[in-house]
Structure formats: C-alpha cells, structure tokens
Design a protein around this ligand. Sequence first.
Ligand code: SF4
Length: 414
Amino acid sequence: MGNGSKFHLVTLGCPKNEVDSEKLAGSLLSDGMEATDDLTNADLIVVNTCAFVEEAREESIETILNIDELRNEESKIVVTGCLAERYGSELQDYLPEVDRVAGFGVPVSLNKKSNVPEFDLLNLPRPAASKPWSYLKVAEGCDRACGFCSIPSFRGPQRSRDMNSILEEVDSLQVKEVVLVAQDLAAYGRDQGVGEKSIIPLVEEITQRVDWVRLLYLYPSELNQQLIDVMCSLTVPYFDLSLQHVSPSLLRKMKRWGSGDRFRDLISEIRKNSPEAVFRSNFIVGYPGETEEDQDELIDFVKEMQLDWCGFFPFSDEEDTYASGLEGKVDRALVVERLKELSSLQDAITSSKRDVLIGERISVLVDSLGVGRTYREAPEIDGIVCVPESCEVGEFADLIVKGALGPDLEADLI
Ligand code: SF4
C-alpha cells in the first residue's frame, strides 16, 4: 500500500502508546498513505493495543472485533502494540479477522518494503502536535522486576534515547507543555553509561525550550534532593510518585522499595521545598497476602498525606509474574470493598483540595475551546479547568477560580 491509500489508526492504553501511535502515523504518512477518521473508508486499519491487565486485553480484543464488523471488505487489519508483542502468533490464530500481527518496531504497513528500523519506534520522526501539550517518550523498557508487573518480560530492559534526538523532537512538536514518560522515568540514561542522573540535564535542557515540563511515573527511591530541587525550581512542581502501597511487608512482597514512613518523609521534604507542590500516586489493592492491617495502613496514609490525586487499581494476576505464584490471593468482593473505601476517601480529599483554590489567581494553558489546565492537572489524567470561550486555544491565560465541582474547576477573567 502506498500513495493515495488510506489508513485509520486506533490507539488503546496508556500515554506511552499514544506516542508510539503518533510515530506510526508519521511512518505511514511518509510511505505516501493518507490518514482517515472514517473507518469504513480505510484501506489499512492499525490497532495499537494494550495488554497491561486483563481488562485492557479484553478491550483490545473487543475493539478489533467491532472494527471487523464495521470495516469495508477490502481493508486490512494490522494489530500492533503490547498485545501483539505479548501474544504474537497466538493472537493471529485466535483472531482470524486480523491480517497481520506486528510486535514493536515491526512495520505496520502491509507493504514489505517499509523501512521502519527494527525495534526503534522511539527515534522515528513525529508530526507536530495538534494540541498545546504532548507526551514525549524518553526510554522504552524497564530494569526493575516489580512482583505484579509483566512489562519487563515483553518490553525488555530499559533503552534510553539519545538526548539530542529527544531535544530535536521537543523542537518539532511546537508545544507549550511536554509530558515526559517512560516506564521508569527517573532512571532515564542509566543504560547509556552517561551518568546515573541524566534525567536532570535532560529536564534542564527541555525547560529552555518549552514553558512546562511534566514528569510522569517516578519510582520513589529515585527522587533525590537534586531532582526535587530541579522539579521545584524549573518545571511544574507536579510529583507523580509511583508508590503502589505503603505497608513495608507488602511492598517487599511486591519487590519494591519503600514504606509509608519513607514516603511521608519524601512528601514532607518536597512540600518544604515547594508548598505549591502537587502530588499524584497510584496504589494496588488486593495484592496477594494483603491483610486488613495493610489496608488500614494505606487508609491512614491517604488520610494523613492529603495527596491531590490518587488512583486505586485492583491487583491483576498476570501470567509470568512473581505475584502470580504467590499464595494468599484476596477475595474479589473484598478487593472491591477496599477499593470503594479508598476511592470515596480520596474523592473527598481531592474535592476539598479543589475547593481551597476558589478565589485564587491561576495561570491556565488552554487546551481546547473552553477547557484548560493549570500545572496542578496532568492532561487526560486529572481534572480540568472550565475557562471562558474568549480564551485563546494554545495560549496561557491568567484567570481567577470561581467555583469547583469534584475534580474540576471553573475559572473566569480577572
Ligand atoms: S517500575 Fe515496576 S511496575 Fe513499573 S514498569 Fe518497571 S517493573 Fe513494571
């Protein structure tokens, strides 16, 4: 397929997948294809899948089946992304509707002559962003071995991108905000022999090129004083700490670093540095062996630390992980109960933190007509700010907070 034929690209899963999709689109466009939003009009349909947990796998398969019902008979379906990487030929056997299964770095076009370099979507050029912000993936893979996680087994060890190629990409995106992502972001550069903390020079360079730099997925032990200083002074003071739990015994079973007390110290230290700092974290509920006491420890932590945003996820038993062989699986109904307890507690905390902002002056990046964000909200993850429609899309606006509803704010001209 080439000149004049049309492709339709569907992206599922996490921000990291969105970056891959933009690069896939870039390579198909450079092959002479045209993008179309109309599935029925496409010659090639690419589904970039997610396989992180059971629910994501089901969504990926359902999407492929729905597409098969809607597409025109001449079109071809190519499945790529995590599901393709993890299940490869098995997927092809299970879904005869699919014309090709392509793992990472394998060309998704059915044209065999495509020159996508093997295993390196990361360094492909990418079209300028259509929004005032963009994700930017700085490394692929992970060197850790968290008990619940299958990512290292199919994404492989960490491979960091060269800093110059990242900076070139920053320039080409032409955005006001760059959101840095990687499986283990603060470990960026460690595999290149360019120094333990090359995330710091990287952030310093990027902040010279864009207004806001946001860092997602920080493993807590990586956050040393130097990185905290840089984040508080140079970038938006937004700390996405990947904590997963606070009970030390459960964290050891997860093969992760830390404890509630260490996390308390870390958060307090950051707040001392920057009282304006905003925090997000994720926690897994129902990991094998989790007790009532563990849950109580987590509840106490959530109550005490008053983080701005928290996500709570049920443990998902993934094959080929350390956790799948552990005893003490927690009953589903109990997991649901614990999740509900934590979510309603956090919803109230988030709302009250938003209420406090009423009357404050804020600087908002306007993402689309009537919708923007301050540094406190990561795009597509946290709440939003409703802004007057007179605010220009793609620019910053100085506004005043007039109201709050759950996670969202309403702001007006000063
Ligand atoms: S840090 Fe842990 S949870 Fe995150 S990708 Fe690596 S192994 Fe998985």
